[in-house]
Write a protein that binds this ligand. Structure first.
Ligand SMILES: [Zn+2]
Ligand SMILES: [Zn+2]
Length: 276
């Protein structure tokens, strides 16, 4: 029941963001903004179904940790406020690490490229994921969350914040550049994540953060938000109509990678594929 309420809240939030997108769009809408709607919503519902099990499993482990006082946060003399802040910060770092891994490890990139193959980015792109990506994300989350031991409540707060931030960072909304720069001091929306959806690998391999921009700044993967205004979205080699269907996107991880133009990383620095 709780999960149905959660899904309802997420869909309602998506609808509100979609209305704002209509009122103040980042740019004029193109053909892809309409073509991607069906596959994006289908993958969103598939992800709701699969993530329900991953989420319930991890929340169950964290409830067990709480009752057995296992995990670092249960052993430190912290009040609930600081413990919640540390939990959100560390779990957001786990998202950053998982995201970098999905770009650098070819087997993971096969799944994550479904998200990047969207030729238009708006609120419906947020949960356009292959169900296999959820396995990777939750595995990384569990690797950080289980030793840390956040309470199930803190974990729920992190998940809600993460989803809300995801909707906002994909929103096809124009805001004043000054506000965009100001927000990017702390968080990743609206401009920073748009850079991450670029077709140019040296831009794609930056701005991995979800809630906080802190980790991109710390690990030199930060591209300023102003660049996010004129990005050409998508992934070369994945624009054909057969790929841009729900079935085509579900098959993407198992496709030949010869034409996939995986963003390359050489000596820790992203380089444009045109150089190769
Ligand atoms: Zn990515
Ligand atoms: Zn994205």
């Amino acid at each position: 029941m709780t999960s149905l309420v959660t899904i309802g809240v997420i869909l309602a939030a998506m609808a509100v963001v979609a209305l704002i997108e209509t009122a103040i769009p980042l740019r004029a809408r193109g053909r892809w903004n309409w073509v991607h709607l069906g596959p994006n919503l289908a993958l969103t519902f598939i992800t709701f179904a699969t993530n329900f099990f991953y989420n319930a499993g991890l929340a169950g482990v964290l409830a067990w940790s709480q009752s057995h006082r296992a995990g670092l946060l249960h052993r430190l003399p912290l009040r609930s406020g600081p413990a919640l802040f540390i939990a959100v910060l560390v779990l957001d770092f786990s998202y950053y690490v998982a995201h970098v891994a999905m770009h650098r490890i070819p087997a993971f990139w096969r799944f994550h490229r479904v998200h990047h193959s969207d030729p238009a980015v708006d609120v419906t792109t947020t949960i356009r994921q292959h169900p296999g990506e959820g396995v990777i994300r939750y595995a990384f989350m569990a690797a950080f969350a289980i030793p840390l031991g956040p309470s199930p409540g803190a974990f729920a707060v992190y998940r809600a914040w993460s989803v809300l931030n995801g909707l906002l960072e994909h929103a096809h909304v124009r805001v004043p550049l000054r506000l965009d720069r100001l927000l990017s001091l702390v968080t990743t929306w609206p401009g920073l994540h748009k850079v991450h959806h670029s077709r140019v690998a040296s831009e794609t391999n930056t701005n991995y953060g979800n809630i906080f921009s802190l980790f991109d700044r710390l690990f030199f993967t930060f591209t300023p938000a102003a660049r996010g205004r004129n990005i050409v979205y998508g992934l070369d080699g994945f624009d054909d109509p057969a790929t841009q269907t729900t079935a085509g996107l579900l098959a993407v991880p198992f496709r030949d990678t010869a034409t996939s133009r995986r963003p390359l990383v050489v000596s820790g620095r992203a380089v444009p594929l045109e150089l190769h």
